[in-house]
Design a protein around this ligand. Sequence first.
Ligand code: BGC
Length: 785
Amino acid sequence: MKQIIRTALVMSIGLMSTQCNTAQQPTTAQQTETVEQTQTPTARASSTADPRMRQFVDSLLSQMTLEEKIGQLNLVSVGFDVTGPVVSQNVDENIRKGNVGGVFNTYTPVAARKLQEFAVNNTRLKIPLLFGYDVIHGHRTIFPIPLGLSASWDLEAIERSARIAADEASADGLNWVYSPMVDIARDPRWGRISEGAGEDPYLGSEIARAMVHGYQGDDLTKENTVMATVKHFALYGASEAGRDYNTVDMSLNRMFNEYMPPYKAAIEAGVGSVMTSFNDINGVPATGNRWLMTELLREQWGFDGFVVTDYTAINEMIAHGMGDEAKVGELALTAGSDMDMVGEVFLRHLKQSVEKGNVSEEEINTAARRILEAKYKLGLFEDPYRYTDEQRAKTTIMKPEYREAARDIARRSMVLLKNSKQTLPLKKSGTIALIGPLANNQRDLIGNWSGAGDWKQAVSVEQGIKNVAGNGVKINYAKGANITDDEQMIKRLNAHGGELQLDKRTSEQMIAEAVKVARASDVIVAVVGESQGMSGEAASRADIGLPGKQRELLMALKKTGKPLVVVLMNGRPLTLTWEDQNVDAILETWFAGTEAGNAIADVLFGNYNPSGKITATFPQMVGQIPLYYAHKNTGRPFNGDLLNKYTTRYMDVTNEPLYPFGFGLSYTSFTYSKPQLSKTSISPSENLEVSVQVQNTGNYDGEEVVQLYVQDVVASITRPVKELKGFQKINLKKGESRTVTFTLTPEHLKFYNNDLDFVLEPGEFKVYVGTNSRDVQEASFTVTQ
Ligand code: BGC
């Protein structure tokens, strides 16, 4: 795919350069004068409250024609791969006419500068372009997929990954990124669960804030910060049956308590833009949903940035049954969508809509103002070329310390799911049977949505083991199985950037070779899982077990009697009941990024003691989905009494997950005391302190994520059996113990009632503290009237 991408870019830039006379470029000062005769933009503030920005944009708007204002609302894709059916046409001509407000899918300082020069030199008002891109988990240096990042529960590390991504992206011509994706996801069939922080609104909100701050820093005009986009607004993760783009129908109570908090957190953190989602919400597609984007987002939450639609999401409202192209364009604009991603509906129809009186010019002004303000906030009117410094690109992109950070952050994201008989860590001696289709793979390691990442830079597991264990370890490799044997699926994956090659041997031959290799070794490390394209957009799976013949491979390996370590790579929770019961150790590594192999080897050989915890429940079987820890009680909770038929349960499987939310082991062990409360009764305005003594009782130094959950026992609406309200990642030396204290504030105890008031209802509460959402100890307190 890289090849296709490059060629497309060069072609499109080539076209530009033949039409662009660089000798006639005005200086920055000249451009500024043309745009604004009386004011000099200082572009230092970042809110609509900034009077200089207001004046500057007022003046600019007063010089613009209706067509030019509509042009600002048009976002085109130049050159690269696309995620939908339409590719932008006649880009150069449209830029020249002032019909383009921003481009996406173009990067490198040279390419971005060419396009920016073209826009600035060839348009009447010389308004610079926004340059957007899907920078999702790193730009060139790739970090673990977001689901993996979230499993670190390490806000500092997550923010650091976004900061590095912003530094690289801004050095690479970009000023606007389509991240963070904060959609709560409780259905692992949905491929896009890989792109977010999992199932929990509290953790999701903390991560949303960390990422926005990582990208935007404290000053958007700095050359190394970029504008972030929180997406997909809203509720995209609740698509029915985990099928992508599907219907969402949800009670307001669930919406506000469980799904909305991370979006709101990103808005409060000052995110510059919001992207709409493809799904409908209770009957109205998000992109045309005025309640969502105007009443809630702007009027209630006070968002003052701009809203970009998702890719051709306006056009897609036709298929949703909302009317013809002109109608859906009007719907989107009047609902509060400011920028049309690739679909060009605004460009084709809004002028006539204004003429017909279906849309007011004031509404167009409002949307155009928001786009111009974003450009002002980024300092683009001051210097349109701020993000196109070739020298900075050379010294910034993939510098050694960024690769080192990627290795460190990748290690922090890995989750030890099983480790019987202390199979791990491995000794740095003897012979390892390194088996599996992902064992010497590079392409899959950087995961999906790693647009500008170069998989050839990724460190394979085989290479990582050599780097970490050195010559003391002998590696015997066998592929053992294809990731999948489904030729149609391989074709589809490869059409979208996969590099899968089907080994033509029969699975029996491949397994026989692997068994032979295993027999001749001391320990087996089987690296199995999904291909990166099996999760992400449009990558839902109905069966979320190990694909292809990989489980058969593990079954055969088990029969050798050798210690069997499974290293997993995947973009979603998988169903792993057999694996859990039969192999000796399981290390979940997600798709860990550029430094994956080194980071995995660091964990396998004990250079790093794993500390990650899963952020989405792993079910026992698909039929249990949706399965999440913060569920409500029914009137007939299951109590373990097998003969009691009339309780909430299945006939054929328990209600328990395979691995609960927050679960993850360490090479050491931790013991917890019972939680101590500072008081057993508080008033509704008081804080409560919860303390617990945690001790490292094992043989290694290690980190532990101490988790605190709360249950509102009696309330005016049914409440979850527990909800995460605090966590601390602590580092304890072997034998060390520490008191961990959490402060619960009234905010932590509030919820949206059925009138959507955010209230604290007095009464009994329970507090649970522990190492995951299941293994906890409790205490209770009362909130008085
Ligand atoms: C995805 C977005 C992405 C956009 C631009 C869409 O298909 O849903 O997450 O940002 O494409 O590539």
